[in-house]
Write a protein of this length. Sequence first.
Length: 404
Amino acid sequence: MKNYLPIALALTTIAFTSCEDDDPVITDGGTDIEVTAPATYSFERDGESTVSFSGQTTRIQMAQELVSEMSDFDNATLASLSNMFSNEENPFENEDLNASDKSIKSKVAASTDYYAGDASGSATVKAFFEARLADQVNEVFPAQNTVAEAGVAGQIADGESTRYVNAQGFEYNQIVAKGLIGALMIDQALNNYLGTAVLDEATNVEDNDNGVVVEGKSYTNMEHKWDEAFGYLYGNAADAANANATAGTDDNFLNKYLGRVEGDEDFAGIAQEVFDAFKLGRAAIVAGDYELRDEQAEILRTRLSEVVGIRAVYYLQQGKNAIEAGDYGAAFHDLSEGFGFVYSLQFTRNPNTDAPYLSTEEVNAFISQLTADNGLWDVTPETLDAISTAIAAQFDFTVTQAGS
């Protein structure tokens, strides 16, 4: 992938190493500067890696333990779930997570671009997740051995496994898992670390231009911020430098569903496009080419937002199909996942408007339709089609493409 930015520089050639050696190639032919992304997400300064996103890895792993704990009927309590959300009282099995000063809660609905001036909105989102944790303990756990029916929480079979739903047919663990994709991963990556308010904060541009690194580190602050966005997608990969090779298998959040979308022939190539944009944007930072960097951020905002929109429509359509087939267990599972992706739409980022593809008000209207009366027991195929159509209309895909 090559991009060109005209600049006025002396006739020089700057090359860190060859592209095959996984560093960006930057050459100046007098009128153009060419930045070529490395083959992998691998960047070094003075022989030391400059890539760092450990905080993102930590939060992904915390979220995975939290969602798993929501299905532990024998041991989980409201206190244990709440403590996992806020990382208090050493709640995790992984002692490294307990030792961390990071938490899920601190980064939920916490982006600079969307929430720096909206403390109330951020608090509302955090409260949404805390309420679902309480609902799981107070509504679903006591009904573990009850057969679910309209207005009654309990268990329902979907042909593959037993699902545990609330009185409206929703699985709270699915809502939390898919909701965190938007409120944590998407919001932090697209609306925080890929934004100029964070990338160019304070003296970041000057420091990056002059190779001034963070004290005690090998990277500039701008390089690190871009890496943190990368980490919310690839942070749990065993080999992050080659993360696209395992995209879809490294966690149960954004990474998983990028892989699922990639597996749909209508969207094949999206995973490589995303990985390439991360690589080229990082190479552009090394080169001091901020216009090219921002072009890659726009690609990432578009494509990762599409992942959320596509999967929202996919699960709504799969749920509709299951309802029409009379398989309510499968329908409720799909629609619970769909609910979480619909909720996540409010955190997406349209680079043409710098706003979500679907606003919080629009998302809340969809949720009201899904939760009306007896919720999923009463929702109609027509309602699911209408919501799907409204979502797809905001993106560059059709219900047919996303729904199959």
